[in-house]
Design a protein around this ligand. Sequence first.
Ligand code: ADP
Length: 487
Amino acid sequence: MGAKLRVLHVAAEAQPLVKTGGLADVVGALPMALAAAGCDVRLLLPGYGEVLAAFDDTALSPVGVALGTAFGASRIRLLRGTLPGSIIVLYVIDAPWLYARAGNPYVNAEGLPWADNHLRFGLLAHVGAQLAAGALDEAWQADILHAHDWHAALAPVYLREHPANAVRSVFTIHNLAFQGRFPLSVAPALGLSATQLTPAGLEFHGDLSFMKGALLAADAITTVSPSYAREILAAEGGEGLDGVLRDRQAQLLGILNGVDTVAWNSSTDSALAQTYDRATVHTAKAVNRRALREEFGLDDAPQRPLVAVVGRLTAQKGLDVLLDAIADPALADLQLLVLGTGESSLEQAFSALAARHPGRIAACIRFDEALSHRVFGGADAIVVPSRFEPCGLTQLYGLRYGTLPIVRRVGGLADTVVDESAGATGTGFVFEAPHAHALRDTLRRAIDVYQQQPARWAALMQRGMAQEVSWAGPAQRYRELYQQLVG
Ligand code: ADP
């Protein structure tokens, strides 16, 4: 065995410090699984107010080499500590002018992207590349720089400008729809030269594209499920970048996300009214369901399955399709609980629906991690009717918690859920077309099994709960990829 592989992860969010979606779950858990697989893994995050506030005075200490000023930040320090709840070395960029803002990491109180996002995430990538190349922490440099999503996408680009160093880069696409597109005029502020701004480079339909930069510069590209890795090669799923991806197909790999099995463990989950395992799920689920119904004023109706949504309320997630489907009288027996935030039209539509159907439909328009655990503990099913889905985590949490996934056959949903009609391998309900009637028919099918074949429903729960979804396997695959790259 040689020395440990040194890997720097660069991302805009990570559990338990800052989360808006699945990216944070992955970045909070994958480093630990890689450490368990024998890598020396470190993580770099922007020092948003909420990140710095999570540490007491002495928990983060400045790293030796001075950063000076860059990208409009007059004072930049690199701080070092440990990711809470882990042994992972965490680097945080303290640049108050760019990061010390309340609320969401990406958008202001009006929901609009911060006007200087190119600088905020350009700096993240710049520091990531410098740190990986050994230019910032005298005691450490990386063999692999692993950048996540558009926020970190310039890191492989900047790394290319260090021709002397041997650091290899991996770029993971968590969602190709968010690309980090800015006017070409911001390029000089990011230290990018005119020669990089061609259609064969970072220019994309007259804009500067962070994501495209990474797709061209990274030594390897991964995405978060095998199906999504195929879908993004075609025009339909490629978000305009399918041509670039086809050119780099030999370097593109789909590795399915895992689940943080410590955070998502129904037998130890302190958010639940009653914890449970496979042996006790039946009775405990009833207790948790009753508690959830009480919390949201839903009728305690034993014959009505309680179906939940946890996620961003957006067209990507197919929630407009759910709105259409749910109006169908064939679904009168179904209770619906929606936990999510997103497009205001959908937030309003679900709130209005809940107001029209008290006792049957409830909508909770906020981001609430603890509540999301109670929802998985108490709901009978989780519905994920996405138009596209790179991996999706809520169906995996559903499997773990005995909350049957009802999903569209697309992306990572197709890779993780097997329709009950398959018999001995079934774990949930799957439909094809992104249309209200297809979703309605499948929800009706779920109601029928719930009401008429409780033993079948119980068998589906058991199989889902037994499914291997930990990070151990995926971490091994990333490790193999890193190993290949360093040769
Ligand atoms: P995406 O990353 O596309 O938003 P994923 O399914 O991969 O979708 O991950 C979403 C993550 O965010 C999951 O951990 C989910 O439980 C969580 N989540 C989404 N919306 C909410 C919310 N309103 N409250 C609590 N957790 C949420």
